[in-house]
Design a protein around this ligand. Structure first.
Ligand code: NAD
Ligand code: ISE
Length: 340
């Protein structure tokens, strides 16, 4: 039995996920697509897939067993609520939503439904390098983690579509999530500093330095640069009591020739995280096929949204802004039981 998937949003990552669901992975087939740009949806539809006029019609269709949401962040809430109302497992690209109130509405709906349906697209948790880094920290041989330095650089972002709130509510959410996951801790406060503006991004506010204060006392600094031109560069270094564990930009082929020694740099997230996206979808297909979800949850999406909200407040106030999380519903402390 293959899982019949409907895809909402057929832009850059929607098309990439359709490719992996139809050409790379087994266990799923894309039977439906939709996009506010109907022509784009039609062009992206694999053979035999139906093009729906609205996300709601796609979610409600009997032909669709599970949904992948790849529309813009502000559209996610309504589409997630439709999926939960229909009782259908849903993979939602990050950010879960773009406000605390929206995150709470989604969480309340899922808790009322009674078991997990939502997996959020925090693909770094599925990346082999990040998994090795976490294993070293969890192993405890370096002592307690004290600081984490996170570097998040994009070569460029789509002009006009990517606005000045997005370094914090679209890009930083990855670093917020990976910090919580790597350090097994919650973020309690956020500060933001604005360095000299890069001329690469025109009027866009870029870059940012963000400080995340963890409940256990560790501090995370994050560089967000979204127009750095030379490529996609993701790094992390955890300073512990007796050692340091580092994740360099993805090691690639090293070329030695008459010009010297050089290494290719990934062009963008598609190239850097290609195996991580494949693995996150392998795990999603397995859980969605059993009517549920594993991996990053609505709770994790909520946590990252609170950090983004606090970071946006910190830009205006210049102060340390507090992140106040609700009590965690039991649903998000249990691991869904999946058949092998
Ligand atoms: P994009 O602009 O290329 O594509 C988004 C598509 O969604 C567009 O075709 C747009 O017409 C459609 N859309 C928007 N609102 C819609 C709605 N209400 N109903 C139906 N269709 C709608 O953007 P993208 O880069 O593909 O990003 C899409 C989502 O994926 C964003 O949330 C983004 O943050 C996330 N993303 C995640 C990663 C990752 O590394 N995990 C990478 C890129 C993008
Ligand atoms: C994009 O939406 C992603 O999620 C990428 O992983 C991230 O690096 C980029 O900044 C976002 O715009």
């Amino acid at each position: 039995m293959t899982l019949a998937v409907g895809v909402i949003g057929t832009g850059m990552i929607g098309q990439d996920h359709i490719r992996r669901l139809t050409q790379v992975l087994s266990g799923a087939r894309v039977v439906a697509v939709t996009d506010i740009d109907r022509d784009r949806a039609a062009a992206a539809a694999p053979e035999g897939a139906k093009v729906f006029d609205t996300p709601q019609a796609l979610v409600r269709s009997d032909t669709v067993e599970a949904v992948v949401i790849c529309s813009w962040g502000p559209a996610h809430e309504e589409q997630l609520l439709d999926c939960i109302a229909a009782g259908k497992p849903v993979f939602c690209e990050k950010p879960l939503v773009t406000s605390e109130a929206a995150a709470l509405r989604v969480m309340e709906a899922e808790v009322a439904f009674g078991h997990r349906l939502v997996q959020v697209g925090f693909m770094r948790r599925f990346d082999a390098d990040y998994r090795r880094l976490k294993a070293v920290i969890d192993g405890g041989t370096l002592g307690a983690p004290l600081m984490y330095h996170s570097v998040h650089r994009n070569a460029s972002v789509p002009e006009g579509l990517y606005t000045s709130d997005m370094p914090l509510n679209d890009t930083l959410v990855h670093d917020a999530d990976i910090s919580r996951w790597l350090l097994s801790d919650e973020i309690t406060g956020v500060e933001v500093r604005l360095p000299r503006r890069s001329r690469q991004g025109g009027e866009l506010r870029d870059p940012h330095i963000v400080l995340l204060h963890m409940a256990g006392g560790a501090v995370v600094d994050v560089e967000i640069s979204v127009n750095i031109a030379y490529g996609y560069d993701i790094r992390g270094e955890v300073s512990c009591e007796t050692g340091v564990a580092a994740l360099p930009n993805r090691p690639a082929t090293v070329i030695s020739d008459m010009h010297g020694i050089r290494q290719a740099i990934p062009a963008d997230w598609r190239e850097r995280f290609i195996e991580a996206y494949d693995q996150e979808f392998r795990e999603w297909i397995a859980a969605a096929g059993q009517g549920t979800a594993t991996g990053p949850s609505t709770w994790d999406g909520y946590a990252a949204t609170l950090v983004a909200d606090a970071a946006l407040r910190a830009v205006s106030s210049g102060n340390l802004e507090v992140v106040g999380m609700r009590e965690k519903p039991d649903l998000y402390s249990q691991q869904p039981r999946l058949a092998a």
